[in-house]
Design a protein around this ligand. Structure first.
Ligand code: CDP
Ligand code: MG
Length: 795
């Protein structure tokens, strides 16, 4: 009996968009919201719980938004009795002591900032407090955003288990191309990117009563963008509450950003909001919608941490993976029981470390440690198949010490119990963007001191712990204090497209928590203009711009998919775009590189990685979508390592299933927006792969590169293939040094060096080379045909 959050007869943005070309209707509603002409349509979330107790507390304490200790906090609202079928949360976690206080602050303040150590229970408990207090009644839901998809799904599973409900019913999650939600979902964990996408259909996010932006300290691109947008939404929805949670103290900055209660304008703003609420019918039908305090409140939850002693290397380590492994083995052999957590930068390093640890473990199995402990090496990274993931979270059996090699996801998003020793390589893989070259790449960079402190903190969960940093103390002191927000080091093309489609035309004047660099913004606008997404007035174009905004794809792949319509290969491009959008299609193959290469060679296509993906998908389909056929994921992906039952095709079955899901969603989006006829199947080009390559070229022409020559190393052994050098075709403002561009060895075109290629992404290697991934061979003539505004034939 869920009442629609929007009133009947009102202009429903969802309805407006469903009619294909009529999508412009929906767009206008977004423009109304953010451009200043709309009106608030919010309704009070609850018909109760705003009793005299809360009001009295508000009168006496409402102005005091200083941090509250557990005892000095005001009396909480009168809570409805607990639903006897639910169990709410884990009362032993530190955050449980702050339950009443948090609820009171949320009740009375538009924005509440919760700062607390990782593991104190913010993510798992706070949404349960809100649910119990009635914030998800009358059809509303509570959203909790995560920067990482793996965090969204694991946390949802954990909370469902705590509450004794099935995942996808009361508690669900939504990440790109994968979700477990239903009409009944009251607590929804979702990535910040997915919430942004929901905003395009429903700019005021009317289905939510509370939005918790979690892990705000990570300052991901989507989080920053979301905070800017939510600030606008809050002005329109006095009933909405925002919770921002962060593991580090930067509450001051957030508070200033959200403080809209500056002296003088308060009364005016309040009056305006009350009028807006009345106009929207928010006060109708006995639903009270009291005006919240616009000053953000903050609360600090102290953690449950023990001291952690930090150790540094005396001599720098040559190879941090090997150094980390030997540090872990030394700890295992010499120190007291307690799990070991190793921080590395990426999946490949994690796999290498686990393979090395297994080697040591076998060697040590004869001579046990003085504590007769056995070592259990485990990997933890974002693309890890579900079964292997739960193994990491299960406590180690008696007599076993877990040694977990993890990427950055173990820093704050996920908490492992039982860790006493942390080994930190002091590096992190992060995005880097150079607006001069327009190249965004993944780069292994030194970690910031703030991140390193978080990592060290993971050792103090159960008792006093130790952290071993694999660098010298003097070097550590030189590291940057905090991590630069992602906004400052990213390609902003997708973000600008999203803002534009939300009706925010002047993206340069958008209110940012920290504004992105102007050059990056200008570059993004230029690139969107080149893709014909923006017209000469920097407005979204009707044909490409509006369509592209509707597709949950990065703009270049989206443009390729749209181009496929004219080339008769939508069927193929759906598959290619889906497979290029899901991570980790190939299963990890550390220790079995040769077998993996052979498996890959079976699908390799001279046209490049896109067509190779297509071959993979076709073969998998004819195997009856079998996961055994994939091989990679058998036994949670661990069989692909060190021989044994090495995967037959080294593919990740879960990624392929997800790609199928993505395909369906993309097809649905094309049809829903009138970009493809709903009745007939998508056009296919059959065995002719040229249209597929042309479509990719049409989307990725900004990343076209031509072969320049081969560099040979005079010291290399005879027969060394050398390095094939490429040059970007488009203009770059990079004058000082030529770009070192080559094809990454994960590409099937690695050795063949075609004369002209387009690529999907680049990664910068330690050596300084930019390595192209997702490469397709193209004809220069196609570029001239497909993007005459960018390319012309040499005279
Ligand atoms: O968000 P915050 O870091 O404050 O803590 P949390 O993620 O809510 O975790 C609270 C507790 O739940 C921790 O002790 C975790 O170890 C536990 N937890 C778990 O065991 N399994 C999960 N998938 C998530 C949390
Ligand atoms: Mg958390």
């Amino acid at each position: 009996d869920r009442p629609p959050p929007q009133q009947p007869g009102g202009r429903d943005s969802r309805g407006g968009r469903s009619g294909g070309p009529g999508a412009a209707g929906g767009r206008r509603s977004a423009a109304d919201v953010f451009g200043g002409a709309g009106r608030g349509r919010g309704r009070g979330p609850r018909g109760q719980g705003r009793g005299a107790g809360a009001a009295a507390a508000s009168d006496s304490d409402g102005d005091d938004d200083e941090e509250w200790g557990p005892r000095q906090g005001p009396r909480g609202p009168d809570l409805p009795p607990m639903d006897p079928t639910y169990r709410y949360g884990d009362p032993s976690l530190p955050v449980a002591k702050y339950r009443r206080q948090i609820l009171w602050l949320v009740e009375n303040h538009a924005v509440t900032i919760i700062v607390g150590e990782t593991g104190s229970g913010k993510t798992t408990q706070v949404p349960q407090f809100l649910l119990e207090a009635g914030w998800a009644e009358s059809g509303y839901a509570i959203a909790c955003t995560q920067p990482r998809r793996v965090a969204a799904s694991t946390v949802a599973a954990r909370v469902a288990e705590e509450m004794g409900v099935e995942l996808g019913t009361g508690v669900g999650y939504a990440v790109r191309f994968d979700n477990a939600v239903s009409e009944r979902t009251r607590i929804k964990y979702l990535t910040d990117g997915v919430l942004l996408r929901e905003m395009m259909d429903d700019p005021l996010l009317t289905q939510y009563s509370v939005i918790m932006v979690d892990e705000a300290h990570e300052r991901s691109l989507a989080t920053d963008m979301l905070l800017g947008l939510l600030k606008k939404v809050l002005k329109r929805r006095p009933d909405l509450r925002l919770i921002i949670s962060s593991a580090t103290l930067e509450a001051g900055k957030l508070r200033d950003f959200f403080d809209t209660s500056t002296a003088g304008s308060t009364a005016r703003r309040r009056a305006a909001l009350t009028a807006a609420a009345a106009a929207a019918g928010a006060g109708v039908g006995g639903v009270s919608c009291s005006e919240p305090d616009r000053t953000p409140a903050a609360v600090t939850v102290e953690g449950r941490t023990h001291p952690v002693q930090v150790h540094y290397l005396q001599q720098p380590a040559a190879d941090y993976v090997t150094a980390a492994v030997s540090a872990a083995v030394d700890i295992h052999c010499e120190d007291m029981p307690g799990d070991i957590l190793i921080f590395l930068t990426g999946q490949d390093e994690v796999q290498t470390a686990v393979a090395q640890l297994e080697e040591h473990s076998r060697r040590l199995a004869g001579g046990r440690t003085s504590y007769s402990l056995r070592m259990m090496p485990l990997p933890l990274y974002a693309g890890l198949p579900g079964a292997a993931q739960s193994a990491v979270f299960r406590p180690a059996p008696r007599g076993v010490r877990k040694v977990v090699a993890a990427t950055n996801i173990a820093e704050t998003s996920l908490t492992l119990e039982g860790v006493v020793y942390v080994v930190d390589c002091c590096f992190v893989k992060q995005r880097a963007y150079n607006p001069l070259t327009g190249l965004e790449s993944l780069l292994v960079a030194p970690v910031s001191q703030a991140s390193a402190a978080q990592r060290a903190g993971r050792a103090g969960r159960v008792r006093a712990g130790h952290c071993f940093r694999l660098c010298r103390e003097e070097v550590f002191a030189q590291l940057p204090k905090v991590t630069v927000p992602e906004m400052q080091r990213s390609n902003l093309v997708s973000m600008v497209l999203q803002l534009k489609s939300l009706g925010i035309d002047n993206v340069m004047r958008f209110e940012w928590l920290a504004p992105p660099p102007a050059e990056a913004m200008v570059r993004a606008l230029e690139e969107l203009h080149a893709l014909r997404v923006l017209d000469d007035d920097a407005r979204l174009t009707k044909d490409v711009g509006l369509a592209l905004a509707a597709l949950p794809l990065e703009p270049s792949l989206g443009a390729a998919l749209l181009a496929a319509r004219g080339l008769g290969c939508v069927e193929e491009l759906l598959t290619v775009a889906a497979l290029m959008s899901v991570p980790h299609v190939w299963a990890p193959a550390a220790g079995a590189l040769r077998a993996a290469d052979e498996a890959k060679a079976k699908f390799a296509a001279a046209e490049g990685d896109g067509v190779t993906m297509l071959n993979v998908h076709r073969a998998w389909r004819s195997s009856g979508r079998s996961s055994a056929w994939c091989g990679g994921a058998v036994g949670g992906g661990r069989w692909a390592m060190g021989g044994g039952r090495a995967g037959r095709h080294f593919l990740n079955a879960s990624s392929l299933y997800r790609a199928d899901e993505a395909r369906e969603q993309l097809l649905g989006a094309l049809r829903r927006h009138g970009l493809l006829p709903a009745s007939s199947p998508p056009p296919s080009c059959g065995a002719d792969m040229e249209p597929v390559c042309r479509a990719l070229a049409a989307g990725q022409f900004m990343s076209a590169a031509v072969y320049e020559g081969t560099q040979y190393n005079p010291l290399a052994p005879e027969g060394d293939p050398g390095v094939h050098l490429y040059r970007l075709v488009r203009y770059t403002a990079h004058r000082t040094a030529p770009l070192k561009l080559r094809i990454h060895n994960s590409s099937v075109l690695w050795r063949s060096a075609p004369p002209c290629v387009v690529y999907r992404s680049v990664q910068q290697a330690d050596s300084g080379w930019y390595e192209m991934q997702g490469v397709t061979a193209v004809q220069p003539d196609w570029l001239v045909e497909l993007a005459p505004h960018m390319f012309h034939r040499p005279k």
